[in-house]
Ligand binder design. Structure first.
Ligand code: BG6
Ligand code: MG
Length: 220
Protein backbone atom coordinates (compact mmCIF):
# COMPACT_ATOMS: atom_id res chain seq x y z
CA UNK A 1 0.00 0.00 0.00
CA UNK A 2 0.92 3.63 -0.49
CA UNK A 3 0.91 5.72 2.68
CA UNK A 4 -0.54 9.21 2.39
CA UNK A 5 -1.51 9.89 6.00
CA UNK A 6 -0.71 8.85 9.55
CA UNK A 7 -3.41 9.16 12.22
CA UNK A 8 -2.30 9.33 15.82
CA UNK A 9 -3.93 8.39 19.07
CA UNK A 10 -3.11 10.94 21.78
CA UNK A 11 -2.75 9.29 25.16
CA UNK A 12 0.16 6.84 25.21
CA UNK A 13 1.33 7.87 21.73
CA UNK A 14 1.83 11.64 21.80
CA UNK A 15 1.85 12.16 25.59
CA UNK A 16 0.84 10.41 28.81
CA UNK A 17 -2.27 11.99 30.26
CA UNK A 18 -3.51 8.60 31.43
CA UNK A 19 -2.34 9.23 35.00
CA UNK A 20 -4.26 12.52 35.11
CA UNK A 21 -7.45 10.83 33.87
CA UNK A 22 -6.93 8.23 36.59
CA UNK A 23 -6.41 10.82 39.36
CA UNK A 24 -9.49 12.81 38.34
CA UNK A 25 -11.76 9.74 38.11
CA UNK A 26 -10.31 8.36 41.34
CA UNK A 27 -11.12 11.52 43.31
CA UNK A 28 -14.67 11.51 41.93
CA UNK A 29 -15.10 7.81 42.72
CA UNK A 30 -13.78 8.42 46.27
CA UNK A 31 -16.25 11.28 46.76
CA UNK A 32 -19.07 8.96 45.69
CA UNK A 33 -17.77 6.05 47.76
CA UNK A 34 -17.32 3.89 44.67
CA UNK A 35 -14.44 1.44 44.33
CA UNK A 36 -12.06 2.33 41.50
CA UNK A 37 -8.52 1.16 40.76
CA UNK A 38 -5.84 1.19 38.04
CA UNK A 39 -7.12 -2.02 36.54
CA UNK A 40 -10.58 -0.57 35.97
CA UNK A 41 -8.81 2.55 34.63
CA UNK A 42 -7.27 0.43 31.86
CA UNK A 43 -10.78 -0.20 30.52
CA UNK A 44 -11.22 3.57 30.02
CA UNK A 45 -8.53 3.91 27.35
CA UNK A 46 -10.02 5.39 24.22
CA UNK A 47 -13.47 5.37 25.83
CA UNK A 48 -15.48 8.61 25.82
CA UNK A 49 -16.08 10.58 29.02
CA UNK A 50 -19.71 9.44 29.50
CA UNK A 51 -18.93 5.81 28.61
CA UNK A 52 -16.01 5.93 31.08
CA UNK A 53 -18.36 7.17 33.80
CA UNK A 54 -20.76 4.28 33.07
CA UNK A 55 -17.87 1.82 33.58
CA UNK A 56 -17.01 3.47 36.93
CA UNK A 57 -20.67 3.39 38.04
CA UNK A 58 -20.83 -0.37 37.43
CA UNK A 59 -19.37 -0.71 40.95
CA UNK A 60 -22.07 1.47 42.52
CA UNK A 61 -25.05 -0.04 44.28
CA UNK A 62 -27.36 2.80 43.29
CA UNK A 63 -28.78 4.25 40.11
CA UNK A 64 -28.09 7.83 39.08
CA UNK A 65 -30.18 10.16 36.95
CA UNK A 66 -28.96 11.58 33.65
CA UNK A 67 -28.53 14.98 35.34
CA UNK A 68 -26.42 13.49 38.15
CA UNK A 69 -24.25 11.67 35.61
CA UNK A 70 -23.73 14.87 33.65
CA UNK A 71 -22.72 16.63 36.85
CA UNK A 72 -20.24 13.84 37.75
CA UNK A 73 -18.68 13.96 34.28
CA UNK A 74 -18.32 17.71 34.56
CA UNK A 75 -16.71 17.48 38.04
CA UNK A 76 -14.24 14.89 36.71
CA UNK A 77 -13.45 17.02 33.69
CA UNK A 78 -12.82 20.17 35.75
CA UNK A 79 -10.40 18.25 37.95
CA UNK A 80 -8.73 16.69 34.91
CA UNK A 81 -8.29 20.02 33.13
CA UNK A 82 -6.78 21.50 36.30
CA UNK A 83 -4.23 18.67 36.33
CA UNK A 84 -3.31 19.56 32.72
CA UNK A 85 -2.26 23.03 33.85
CA UNK A 86 1.46 22.32 33.93
CA UNK A 87 1.55 20.37 30.66
CA UNK A 88 4.26 21.50 28.22
CA UNK A 89 6.83 20.48 25.58
CA UNK A 90 8.63 18.18 28.01
CA UNK A 91 5.51 15.98 28.25
CA UNK A 92 5.73 14.98 24.59
CA UNK A 93 6.76 11.31 24.51
CA UNK A 94 10.31 10.52 23.33
CA UNK A 95 10.83 10.41 19.57
CA UNK A 96 7.47 11.99 18.69
CA UNK A 97 8.84 15.38 17.58
CA UNK A 98 11.37 13.65 15.32
CA UNK A 99 8.75 11.26 13.93
CA UNK A 100 6.35 14.11 13.13
CA UNK A 101 9.18 15.92 11.32
CA UNK A 102 9.99 12.75 9.40
CA UNK A 103 6.33 12.52 8.30
CA UNK A 104 6.45 16.11 7.08
CA UNK A 105 9.70 15.53 5.14
CA UNK A 106 8.05 12.57 3.41
CA UNK A 107 4.89 14.55 2.51
CA UNK A 108 2.73 12.48 4.81
CA UNK A 109 -0.37 14.18 6.19
CA UNK A 110 -0.87 13.90 9.94
CA UNK A 111 -4.04 13.92 12.02
CA UNK A 112 -4.98 13.32 15.62
CA UNK A 113 -7.65 10.66 16.24
CA UNK A 114 -8.33 11.04 19.94
CA UNK A 115 -11.60 10.41 21.76
CA UNK A 116 -10.78 13.31 24.08
CA UNK A 117 -12.77 16.52 23.83
CA UNK A 118 -9.74 18.14 25.48
CA UNK A 119 -7.42 17.05 22.65
CA UNK A 120 -7.17 20.50 20.97
CA UNK A 121 -6.30 22.06 24.35
CA UNK A 122 -3.66 19.38 25.06
CA UNK A 123 -2.08 19.75 21.61
CA UNK A 124 -1.92 23.52 22.19
CA UNK A 125 -0.26 23.03 25.59
CA UNK A 126 2.30 20.70 23.97
CA UNK A 127 3.00 23.31 21.25
CA UNK A 128 2.19 20.76 18.55
CA UNK A 129 -0.57 22.69 16.77
CA UNK A 130 1.53 23.29 13.64
CA UNK A 131 2.57 19.63 13.48
CA UNK A 132 -0.90 18.28 12.74
CA UNK A 133 -2.84 18.90 9.54
CA UNK A 134 -6.11 18.00 11.27
CA UNK A 135 -7.44 17.31 14.75
CA UNK A 136 -10.44 14.98 14.58
CA UNK A 137 -13.37 16.48 16.45
CA UNK A 138 -14.32 14.14 19.30
CA UNK A 139 -17.49 16.13 19.95
CA UNK A 140 -18.84 14.74 16.65
CA UNK A 141 -18.25 11.13 17.70
CA UNK A 142 -20.94 9.06 19.40
CA UNK A 143 -19.30 5.63 19.47
CA UNK A 144 -15.99 5.15 21.33
CA UNK A 145 -13.09 2.96 20.23
CA UNK A 146 -13.10 0.04 19.26
CA UNK A 147 -15.70 1.49 16.85
CA UNK A 148 -13.97 3.07 13.86
CA UNK A 149 -15.70 6.49 14.06
CA UNK A 150 -12.83 8.70 15.26
CA UNK A 151 -10.36 7.30 12.70
CA UNK A 152 -12.94 7.70 9.93
CA UNK A 153 -13.49 11.32 11.04
CA UNK A 154 -9.70 11.94 11.03
CA UNK A 155 -9.31 10.61 7.45
CA UNK A 156 -12.36 12.59 6.35
CA UNK A 157 -10.90 15.79 7.81
CA UNK A 158 -7.67 15.27 5.90
CA UNK A 159 -9.60 14.43 2.73
CA UNK A 160 -7.62 11.22 2.28
CA UNK A 161 -9.07 7.86 1.37
CA UNK A 162 -8.89 5.43 4.30
CA UNK A 163 -6.98 2.89 2.22
CA UNK A 164 -3.96 5.24 2.28
CA UNK A 165 -4.06 5.75 6.06
CA UNK A 166 -2.05 4.20 8.87
CA UNK A 167 -3.21 4.53 12.49
CA UNK A 168 -0.91 4.50 15.52
CA UNK A 169 -2.26 3.26 18.86
CA UNK A 170 -1.08 1.96 22.23
CA UNK A 171 -4.32 0.21 23.26
CA UNK A 172 -5.94 -2.88 21.80
CA UNK A 173 -9.33 -1.12 21.52
CA UNK A 174 -7.55 1.49 19.38
CA UNK A 175 -5.94 -1.14 17.13
CA UNK A 176 -9.41 -2.64 16.62
CA UNK A 177 -10.83 0.80 15.87
CA UNK A 178 -8.15 1.38 13.18
CA UNK A 179 -8.83 -2.01 11.58
CA UNK A 180 -12.59 -1.45 11.71
CA UNK A 181 -11.96 1.79 9.78
CA UNK A 182 -10.27 -0.27 7.05
CA UNK A 183 -6.79 1.05 7.84
CA UNK A 184 -3.47 -0.56 8.78
CA UNK A 185 -2.46 -0.40 12.43
CA UNK A 186 0.87 0.34 14.07
CA UNK A 187 0.99 -0.56 17.77
CA UNK A 188 3.18 1.02 20.43
CA UNK A 189 3.87 -1.27 23.35
CA UNK A 190 3.78 -4.89 24.36
CA UNK A 191 3.69 -7.39 21.49
CA UNK A 192 1.57 -9.83 23.52
CA UNK A 193 -1.14 -7.27 24.24
CA UNK A 194 -1.14 -5.60 20.82
CA UNK A 195 -0.82 -8.83 18.82
CA UNK A 196 -3.58 -7.74 16.40
CA UNK A 197 -1.52 -4.76 15.15
CA UNK A 198 0.12 -5.09 11.72
CA UNK A 199 3.43 -3.69 12.93
CA UNK A 200 4.58 -3.07 16.51
CA UNK A 201 7.20 -0.78 18.03
CA UNK A 202 8.14 -1.19 21.66
CA UNK A 203 8.18 2.52 22.49
CA UNK A 204 7.55 5.84 20.75
CA UNK A 205 11.36 6.33 20.44
CA UNK A 206 11.42 3.34 18.10
CA UNK A 207 8.92 4.85 15.63
CA UNK A 208 10.58 5.14 12.26
CA UNK A 209 8.85 6.24 9.06
CA UNK A 210 11.19 4.38 6.68
CA UNK A 211 10.56 1.13 8.52
CA UNK A 212 6.79 1.71 8.38
CA UNK A 213 6.96 2.56 4.67
CA UNK A 214 9.07 -0.50 3.82
CA UNK A 215 6.82 -2.78 5.84
CA UNK A 216 3.54 -1.61 4.32
CA UNK A 217 4.90 -1.49 0.76
CA UNK A 218 4.50 -5.27 0.73
CA UNK A 219 0.87 -5.00 1.87
CA UNK A 220 -2.08 -4.44 -0.42
C1 BG6 B 1 -9.27 9.26 25.61
C2 BG6 B 1 -8.82 8.60 26.90
O1 BG6 B 1 -8.15 9.78 24.97
O2 BG6 B 1 -10.17 10.31 25.88
C3 BG6 B 1 -10.03 8.19 27.73
O3 BG6 B 1 -8.06 7.45 26.58
C4 BG6 B 1 -10.92 9.40 27.96
O4 BG6 B 1 -9.60 7.65 28.95
C5 BG6 B 1 -11.34 9.95 26.60
O5 BG6 B 1 -12.07 9.04 28.72
C6 BG6 B 1 -12.26 11.17 26.72
O6 BG6 B 1 -11.54 12.25 27.25
P1 BG6 B 1 -12.17 13.66 27.60
O7 BG6 B 1 -10.96 14.55 27.72
O8 BG6 B 1 -13.06 14.07 26.47
O9 BG6 B 1 -12.91 13.50 28.86
MG1 MG C 1 -3.91 5.58 23.83
Amino acid sequence: MEIKAILFDLDGVICSTDEYHYKAWKSLADDLGIYFDKEINLRLRGVSRMDSLEIILEKSSRQYTKEEKEEFASIKNNRYVKLLDGLGNSDILPGINEFLEECKRNNIKTALASASKNAPYIIKKLNLEKDFDYLADATKIVRSKPYPDIFIEAARGLGIDRKYCIGIEDAISGIRSIHAAGMKAVGIGDRKILNEADLIFKTTSDLNFKEIETYFKKEK
